[in-house]
Design a protein around this ligand. Structure first.
Ligand SMILES: *Cc1c(COP(=O)(O)O)cnc(C)c1O
Length: 504
């Protein structure tokens, strides 16, 4: 299996190189030249396997340049005993009425990024060995919260790799900051950046593309790589849990083999839902993919009208991991659905960069709408949903997941589509405890109170109110020493990189 670029069909590389390079030289994203097929008979076999067995079967089709032993070693390291707090790794929880939740937050950082970021470092080090490289890899990450911590956990103490994370000083929640600044591991570094996420991201990009810095690193036997969600090595692991959820429902007789299933996905950068689209291309019987957005509704409009327009106000919401106006992975969907029309994609991406928008043809829009539906909701609706689902089903969900549930409710009312449906649950409610608690208390008519208490009192309050136990991944942070208190500015990020690497 070869990989090519969404913007240049002459690119032809193995998956190991695609995973190490992250992005193609002309700016396109790496995509498999063809999609491995999964027959119903093979799907039936997968029903008999556990998560690790399903992951091996699905990923071996995409990573054909890796040996079966290499794939097994990476997957067992990522999802083996003790890594995820639930033995099934990605449990499916029924809520009744043909609706289930796929809980992707049982990993070390309580958000779905762990599903990919536990595996990516192992794929990268294996790829480095295969390519015969003996350089030390420096992973640079700019994060708005969840990715940074998941990447730190995934890459910590991985031989041959260093990881540096920059987060906006005022742009992450107190719990997210604590998760990062107490990070253990001999190869990790964390630094706050004055400003917002864009400042951190722009700074990281500038360092990535500065040939002078690359040269200095090379002299020290190091090179940069990236762990952000456009890396194919983050996308491929996400295909597995869609297949796995389908198998779980068949085993539970909630679905018969071959019957259609809907997935609702709380979406930001379009990575998670794109993995579902690949699962469908493989042959998984998916009826509809429902793309759920918060007040940043650029994807809802695109899927409903074919116009992608990011010239709009940016909203900061209680589902911050979905506060995105440029969904990078949409480019891979355009590639799949336009019949691999790289020239057309170059045109759209140029228009997006120059004027902030592009419009796809009616034919392409029809094709997209045959698989995708879309909807959005605001913070008030998100909070109402958290309270309502807890009241009616005694199920606690985080704000991102609540957006998915709300959009599904609207979709079902509008279409009458009674197909069995799975809502993808992307974070533990405890990770966003303050917003969830507020939603539950507001419903009880309590006034919003100013919070003086620290994060841990809040977790306990939340646990007492709901009867749900606090995840040890979060309570275990209490009293941990702060290792990284440094703050830099965009202009001093370069010095921070070398200082954290111990070579400044
Ligand atoms: C990253 C994230 C999302 C958005 O996922 P995409 O792959 O970017 O669409 C949704 N919810 C949570 C909790 C996340 O961390």
């Amino acid at each position: 299996m070869f990989y090519t670029s969404t913007r240049d069909s002459s690119v032809r590389i193995f998956s190991a190189e695609a995973i190490l390079r992250g992005i193609s030289a002309e700016g396109g994203l790496f995509v498999p030249e063809s999609v491995p097929k999964l027959s119903l008979a093979e799907l039936k076999d997968l029903c008999q396997k556990d998560y690790i067995g399903r992951a091996k079967a699905v990923l071996s089709g995409y990573l054909s340049d890796f040996t079966p032993e290499e794939i097994a070693c990476c997957i067992e390291g990522a999802y083996g005993t003790g890594k995820f707090s639930d033995p099934s790794v990605a449990p499916v929880v029924p809520l009744g009425g043909g609706l289930s939740m796929l809980e992707l937050w049982k990993g070390p950082t309580c958000a779905f990024k762990d599903m990919a970021l536990q595996l990516l470092p192992r794929l990268m080090t294996t790829a480095l060995k295969k390519m015969g490289s003996n350089q030390e890899t420096v992973i640079l990450v700019a994060t708005s919260g969840d990715t940074g911590k998941a990447a730190l956990e995934g890459f910590r103490d991985v031989p041959g790799v260093r990881i540096l994370v920059f987060y906006p000083n005022k742009g992450v929640s107190p719990m997210q900051r604590l998760q990062m600044v107490t990070q253990e591991g001999a190869n990790v570094g964390v630094c706050a950046v004055e400003g917002n996420f864009d400042d951190a991201q722009t700074g990281v990009k500038a360092i990535f593309t500065d040939p002078r810095i690359a040269e200095t690193l090379a002299e020290r036997g190091m090179c940069f790589s990236s762990a952000n969600s456009i890396n194919w090595g983050r996308l491929a692991p996400q295909i597995v849990y869609y297949v796995s959820a389908y198998c779980d429902l068949v085993n539970r007789r909630a679905l018969s083999l071959g019957e259609g299933l809907n997935f609702v996905v709380p979406t930001g950068n379009f990575g998670n839902i794109l993995a579902a689209c690949y699962a469908k291309e493989m042959g998984l019987p998916i009826h509809k993919l429902i793309c759920a957005s918060n007040a940043n509704r650029v994807l809802t409009e695109f899927i409903q009208t074919g116009l992608y327009d990011c010239r709009r106000e940016f909203y900061t919401t209680i589902s911050p991991s979905m506060d995105i106006l440029i969904s990078s992975n949409l480019e891979r969907l355009l590639y799949l659905m336009s019949g691999r029309d790289t020239e057309q994609i170059c045109t759209w991406m140029r228009e997006l960069q120059q004027s902030g928008s592009y419009q796809v043809s009616p034919d392409l829009l029809k094709k997209i709408q045959s698989l995708f539906a879309a909807g959005c909701c605001d913070d008030a609706q998100t909070k109402q949903t958290i309270a309502k689902v807890f009241r009616e089903k005694h199920y606690l969900c985080d704000p991102h997941t609540a957006v998915g549930l709300r959009v599904y409710e609207d979709y079902r009312a509008a279409t009458g589509d009674g197909t069995p449906t799975v809502v993808v649950s992307t974070a533990s409610p405890f990770k966003f405890g303050a917003s969830v608690l507020e939603a539950l208390q507001e419903e009880k008519g309590k006034r919003k109170k100013e919070r003086e208490e620290d994060e841990f009192n809040l977790l306990e309050e939340f646990s007492a109110l709901t009867g749900a136990p606090c995840p040890p991944q979060l309570t275990g942070l209490r009293g941990k020493p702060i290792r990284f208190a440094e703050i830099c500015t965009r202009d001093t990020m370069e010095q921070a990189v070398f200082r954290l690497l111990g070579t400044g």
